[in-house]
Design a protein around this ligand. Structure first.
Ligand code: GDD
Ligand code: MG
Length: 345
């Protein structure tokens, strides 16, 4: 079975960090999220991938190539213009198997595929949507179901009072190729706003089942930081290519560190990082490969992206730092306000 990864969106909610980087390529524990996703699916037997790309297509292509370095096969379905979530699937039609998986590549999922695939085979749907339950469904596609799991209504991002439940589209589908007949080939189409409602109405063969496993929409800085806390606490299982020096301290190769540097677990220090005198790193800090932290930088509960250079005496807490920006979260990380400033020098 093939998996189609939708990775062509603009990723506006993580801006400005994702200004020059597609959101699925945002580093998670120093490795692009899309790479974690492909490796996770590979572990469950998926070895053929199609990535639907538009914005930043070259960044993704240059990174993964034909997939050989990850031990999988990757093809690319490139859109000339943005086709929307359904249009992107239609555009990839000739590359897909009779039954295939579709995943929103900007969602962190580490889910168990077998129960989802079994449910799909048993119910005979044209589409089975993986669902998850959330407190606030207004940012998601919300479903109403019968007792057997058949979806009778799908509403994308409804206002609170109009949401039929708190069960939402987790951004993973099992689809039959026949379902593509309901998607027009020549224009932008949304699977959430057009295809699902049409399929529900005309065929009655759209099902949904709650998925098992880790799931997080990393669309805000707060949740992006939460994801890293979950990596460091082991709630999200990431393959870390680093050595565990002491409990909760992972260190890459070629790290140069002054003798008085303090590492407070849990913490990840990537390959070829430089930590100058007086730095304190951790708890809950991830320092990207080749990052340089100048003298007296204190950094906790933060993620520093690869290749970032920080000059002396920064005090960082609850921030994401890329080579060009510091994105700051409020101390209360359940809220999602960010103020952003450009790093000088
Ligand atoms: N190739 C391609 N072309 N990909 C696209 C396009 C397109 O035109 N438009 C969006 N995508 C990709 C995005 O990169 C992302 O990975 C995925 O499709 C979903 O699009 P988003 O724009 O991120 O949608 P959303 O986050 O507002 O909502 C979606 O995800 C929720 C799950 O978190 C919907 O599917 C909701 O129903 C769902 O609940
Ligand atoms: Mg999204």
């Amino acid at each position: 079975m093939k998996a189609l990864l939708l990775a062509g969106g603009l990723g506006t909610r993580l801006r400005p960090l994702t200004e020059n980087l597609p959101k699925p390529m945002a580093p998670v524990a120093n490795r692009p999220w899309l790479e974690h996703l492909i490796l996770h699916l590979k572990e469950q037997g998926i070895e053929q991938f199609v990535i639907a790309v538009k914005h930043h297509a070259d960044t993704i292509r240059n990174h993964f190539g034909d997939g050989r370095s990850l031990g999988v096969e990757i093809e690319y379905a490139v859109e000339r213009q943005l086709m929307g979530t359904a249009g992107a699937i239609k555009n990839a039609e000739s590359m897909l198997s009779d039954r295939f998986l579709v995943l929103n590549a900007d969602i962190i999922h580490q889910i168990q595929l077998i129960p989802l695939l079994d449910f799909h085979a048993k119910h005979g749907g044209l589409v089975t949507i993986g669902l998850t339950e959330v407190d606030d469904p207004t940012q998601y596609g919300v479903v109403e179901q019968t007792a057997s799991g058949r979806i009778v209504r799908f509403v994308e991002k409804p206002p609170r009072h109009a949401a039929p439940s708190n069960r939402v589209n987790a951004g993973i589908y099992v689809m039959e190729k026949q379902a593509l007949r309901w998607i027009p080939a020549d224009r932008e189409t949304s699977i959430e706003r057009e295809t699902f409602p049409t399929l529900i109405q005309q065929t009655g063969r759209v099902y949904g089942t709650v998925i098992r496993g880790y799931w997080l929409d990393m669309g805000t800085l707060d949740r992006y930081l939460q994801l890293h806390r979950d990596v460091l606490d082991g709630r999200f299982r990431a393959q870390l290519p680093y050595t565990k020096k002491e409990p909760g301290i992972w260190i890459g190769r070629g790290v140069r560190m002054a003798t008085d540097v303090q590492l407070v677990p849990p913490v990840i220090i990537g390959d070829d990082v430089v930590l100058e005198r007086g730095c304190t790193v951790g708890p809950y800090a991830v320092v990207g490969d080749r990052a340089v932290l100048g003298r007296n930088v204190h950094c906790s509960r933060s993620v520093i992206w690869p290749d970032t250079r920080l000059e002396v005496s920064h005090d960082l807490n609850g921030v994401v730092v890329s080579p060009h920006f510091i994105a700051d979260c409020e101390p209360d990380h359940n809220r999602s306000t960010q103020s952003v400033e450009v790093l000088q020098g």
